[in-house]
Design a binder for this molecule. Sequence first.
Ligand code: XLS
Ligand code: MG
Ligand code: MG
Length: 388
Amino acid sequence: MPDFTPTPADKFTFGLWTVGNTGRDPFGEATRPALKAPYLVERLAALGAYGVNLHDNDLVPIDATAAQRDAIVREFQQALSDHGLVVPMATTNLFSDPAFKDGAFTSADARVRAYALSKTMHAMDLGAELGADTYVLWGGREGTEVDAGGKLLDALGWFRDSLNYLAEYSESQGYGYRFALEPKPNEPRADIFLPTVGSALGFIATLDRPDLFGLNPEFAHETMAGLSFPHAVAQAIDAGKLFHIDLNDQKMGRFDQDLRFGAENPKGAFFLVKLLEESGYAGPKHFDAHALRTEDEAGVWAFARGCMRTYLILRDKVQRFAQDPEIQAAIAAYRVHDTELEALTGTFTPANAGALKAHAFDRAALGTRGPGLEALDQLTMELLLGVR
Ligand code: XLS
Ligand code: MG
Ligand code: MG
C-alpha cells in the first residue's frame, strides 16, 4: 500500500492566499489569525509541496514603500531558498481595492484601466524577480451588475488592449511569461466577462499574440457555471492551452466554496486526475482552495495535506483503472471499430464521400446496441470505493 506522501516531484503548489486564508466571509470576520508568508513557506515545504504562488498583495501590502517592499521580498526569498520551494506562478490583486469596484481592465474609467495596467506591470516585475514563468489573470471585478452603462463591447475591447499591452511588456522585459486566463461565471460580480473556459479560448484567438495566452481553469468555477470540469479541461488540452490549473471542489449552484480537492465530487476529481496524468500535463498542480471557516491552524494543515493526499490516491486509482482487465475489456467493447467505414470517414475525398453516401447502414442495429456503460460505471465506482 503506497503511503501517498507528496514530494516536490509531484509539483503540488498552493497560493499564499489559500493556506493564508483567515476564514473571513461576507457575513463574518476572520476565525483564525493571519500567518506570515515565510512561515507558510516553511510549513508547505515540510508537507512536501513544490511551490507557492501569490498575488502581489498577498506578499507586499498595497501601500508599502519601495524600501518595505524590498525588505519583504528579501525575507520571502530567503524562506524559499531555506526550504527549497519555488514560485512558478504570480498574479495581480485587481479585486480587493475599492478602485477596482467596477472593473480593472474593463472599468469605464480610463484612469482605473491605466492604474490596473500599471499595478499589473509592477506585479509582473515582482513575479519575475521570484522566478515565476506563468502569469495568471483572473478578472474578478471584470463584469457588471448593471448593463445600462452600455459597455459590453467596449469592455471586451479594453480587455483585449490590456492583454496585448501586457504581453508586449513581458516580451520587452525578457520575462517570457505565459499568460493564463482564469474564467469564472460570477462572484464577486453578478456576471463576469469571459465566464467559462470556452469563452476564454474564443477570446484568446482575437489577441495579437495568442501563442502567449492559455488557460488557468478552476474546478469550482466551471462547476459554478453548471459545467463539467473534466470536459472543460479536455477542451483546453485539445487546444494546447492548459497553461496552469486551479484544483479545488464545489457544490454545484452554490456560492464560491473553494473546498478541499475531491471533497465534494470525488468521481469528477478522479476523471480530472486521469485526464491530467494521461495527457502528459507537466505543469504545477495548484490548489486554489482553503480550509473551512470552522477550522483552526491545525485544520489548515489537515486541509493542505488532504488536497495533496487525495490527488495521489486518485493518481493511484488511475493506474489501477488502466490495469484492471475487466474495466479495460468493458472500454474495449464500448469503442466499436469498423476498418472499412473508418477508412471512408478519415479523410474527405469525393470517392470516399460517394462511397459513404452509398453505404447501407443497419440503422435499427445501431440504435439497439447496448454500450455497457452502466456496468462500466459501476466497475469504476467499485474501484473508487476501494472494493476492487
Ligand atoms: C477566485 C479565483 C482567484 C484566482 C487568483 O475565485 O480563483 O483565487 O485564482 O486571483
Ligand atoms: Mg476561485
Ligand atoms: Mg482560482
